[in-house]
Each structure stands twice: as structure tokens, then as C-alpha cells.
Design a protein around this ligand. Structure first.
Ligand SMILES: CC(C)(COP(=O)(O)OP(=O)(O)OC[C@H]1O[C@@H](n2cnc3c(N)ncnc32)[C@H](O)[C@@H]1OP(=O)(O)O)[C@@H](O)C(=O)NCCC(=O)NCCS
Length: 103
């Protein structure tokens, strides 16, 4: 992970009272939004949206031609609702995982 963060990946954290309550990471080598996650008790406050935006801005600034992610095949998740709301296109299932892309 340290090697990744020193080269292809970058991460962001959200702190509350000196505790990390959410984080995101992107991979400029592939254009992948690698992860966004928020502790359950901190959901619904806009933290996931902000963390996702920071990672996407960084991928765009690095001129990634294809910004994409894979997520659970289920479309009832908070993550799926978040991605769709912010314009990610559902590219269907590949090898059992749902692929999504930003236009
Ligand atoms: C997905 C996750 C990161 C969202 O974090 P969050 O901090 O709760 O998200 P936000 O509060 O920023 O919500 C962002 C937007 O999505 C909307 N949203 C979130 N869940 C929703 C749902 N179930 N239905 C409809 N809209 C939803 C919110 O209304 C919000 O829009 P708004 O700011 O305009 O009101 C968080 O739920 C999480 O960590 N889930 C578990 C890990 C995970 O699944 N990560 C993604 C793996 S691919």
C-alpha cells in the first residue's frame, strides 16, 4: 500500500475528533476510483460525496482517459445510489462485479 501511495495511488481521509471516519483512494495508473468508505455512524452527512469528488478531481487532473470503478452487483446499495446521483454510468456486470464509468 505504501508503494502504491508513493506512485500510482492517492488517498484522502475525513477526520472527526482526531478519528478517521471516512476515506477514498484513486489510481491514476488505471483511472480507477479505488475505494470510498464512511463509517456507518457518519453516513448521510455528505462525507462520501466529498471524498468521491476529491478523488475524481485528482483523476481528471491527471488526465485519466477513463474514470471507472467496480462495485457490488446489487443496485440497492447506498454506493450505487451515490454513484448514479453523481453521473456515473452503469456499464453492467463483468465477472460478477458491476462496472461504472464517468462520461
Ligand atoms: C457509499 C458511502 C461511501 C456513502 O457515504 P455517505 O457519506 O453516506 O454519502 P453522502 O452522505 O455523501 O451521500 C451522497 C449522496 O448520495 C445520496 N444517497 C446516499 N445513499 C442513498 C440512498 N440509499 N438512496 C438515495 N440516495 C442516497 C445522498 O442523498 C447524498 O446526496 P445529497 O448530498 O445530494 O443529499 C457509504 O454509505 C459507505 O461507506 N458504504 C459502505 C462502503 C461502500 O459500499 N463503499 C463503496 C464500495 S464500491
Amino acid at each position: 500500500m505504501a508503494a502504491m501511495l508513493a506512485t500510482t495511488h492517492k488517498g484522502w481521509v475525513c477526520e472527526f475528533d482526531q478519528r478517521i471516519v471516512g476515506f477514498s483512494m484513486g489510481n491514476r495508473g488505471t483511472g480507477e476510483l479505488w475505494v470510498v468508505a464512511v463509517l456507518p455512524e457518519f453516513e448521510g452527512r455528505g462525507i462520501g460525496r466529498k471524498l468521491m469528488e476529491l478523488a475524481v478531481q485528482w483523476l481528471r487532473a491527471n488526465a485519466c482517459p477513463d474514470i471507472w470503478l467496480w462495485t457490488s452487483p446489487a443496485i440497492s446499495t447506498r454506493a450505487y445510489a451515490l454513484y448514479r446521483k453523481f453521473g456515473w454510468q452503469d456499464c453492467g456486470l463483468h465477472n460478477g462485479q458491476r462496472i461504472m464509468r464517468l462520461p
